[in-house]
Design a protein around this ligand. Sequence first.
Ligand code: DON
Length: 565
Amino acid sequence: MQKLISSKTNYYLLVFSFLIAGLINAGNPERSKNGMVVSASPLASNVGIEILKKGGNAVDAAVAVGFALAVTYPTAGNIGGGGFMVIHLADGTNTTIDFRETAPYAAYETMYLDSLGNYNAQLSQTGWLSSGIPGTVYGLISTLEKYGSMKLADVIQPAIDLAENGFMLTYNMAESINKYHNDFIKYESSKKIFTNNGNKFKEGDSFVQKDLANTLKLIRDNGKEIFYNGIIAEKIVNESNKNGGIFTRKDFIDYKSLERKPVIGIYKGYEIISMGPPSSGGICLIEALNILENINFEKQQWHGSTHIHYLAEALKRVYADRSIHLGDSDFFNVPIEQLISKDYANKLFTGISDTATNSLALKAREFNQHESDQTTHYSVADKYGNAVSTTVTINSAYGNKIVVEGLGFLLNNEMDDFSAKPGAQNQYGLIGSMANSIQPKKRMLSSMTPTIVLKEGRPFMVIGSPGGSTIITQVLQTVQNVIDFNMNIYDAIAAPRIHHQGLPNQIDYEPFSISDDTKSILTGKGHIFGKELSLGRMEGIVIDIDNKIFYGATDPRDYGKAIGF
Ligand code: DON
């Protein structure tokens, strides 16, 4: 009886929340025949679609969107940070580009600990010591050179124009910048750009970024060398020296983005192509899907007690593995094959009973999770059969809030993604171990999960999200919503989500995501409910392969745009 009430209530909650979401956004996916670009910035999506209209491929468009986001979405779009790109080419090639930041040569394991050995989060999250060596310029340009069809000058020009001529601030962007006003006024270089002559911005103000336009022009005319072994590197290192940072010219000269094999799994016949180390995203996503494959969700109510119970139990196991086994695989032996194997997942599944496992028994550690800030994902698919899934970040919203004087871009605070001390939590409440300790030139572990799902070898779904530690769980649920619960991409993204990362041992959840009846069943099984919060900002595409129709959806939790043509 209880279950019946739960199912009905869930159904009404689902419909209700979709209606709410429908009021905020269009309600249906964008539909097109020749390609689709979805990003958190309507201006950047437009840049991408114009490239596709000119005959560019998905890589050309993705690189153009990457540069445009650095101008129009500075909370996360960047040239002062890094990211990951997952690519499927029409010839069947699956590959990934790792342009994650690296730790400077002068970085060392205990650099964020005080004399008593206590972790000082201020140091890893703010100031010049919090930044890794930016990888975005290297990553975007080398990917364009290898897989694009257009010239750098053509794909970067729209970003230059947007920076040079400016654009009108929307209410949301003005508010987003103003939220960090007190941080920006601390640095003259940041105050110059991210305040209106020292005051807060208003909706409708013109946002012009001349210094950034000049930096992008230097890159346009000289390629990535100028960023890594030219005037741009020189200026960044000089500023770092002046302000107590540890960057050296050699850090920049030696930086390279890396092409890496994707991690690949199969979920109910669909191929999951995702990002491997130094991101934990792909491994954790596939491990969780492998565990959940043991359940026939067609017989289950979406967000009913069985669904949530198994989601939470799978996630507890996945995040326990993350904290021990995952780090930069160039520095630490990550057991990738084992973690994504069906055998291992089946063993974990057999350990799940009808009652909730205490996460502390899986990995003993307690901490609080902080609110996540910003990162951004964008998805591109073209009419040739190529697809690109990219997530980029400067970690916190606007990174460490420091604009490099004269260059017009913000620096990341990605060093906080390292495990500063075994067991110490970072800003997402994540713990780590030796696998993710700080070492010179090492890449800090990420949760970013840019993913492409293939059906019969062709792109079916392109998906990803920001959200720090919650990225993995958001991507997982959106994939499930499409594959297991037959939702269209808009509904799959709009549907309320939950999050469990093992520790703290609690299910966090969005409004309307779990009915009170279902909650009480789950509480009876021993689950603990944590915070009600907003989770993830997905930007996704689903392709009807047979009819060659692209469906795109931006997350109604944010203000992006899906544009097709
Ligand atoms: O790489 C990571 O996992 C984090 N630096 C991502 C940060 C993030 O998603 C913040 N956005 N909400």
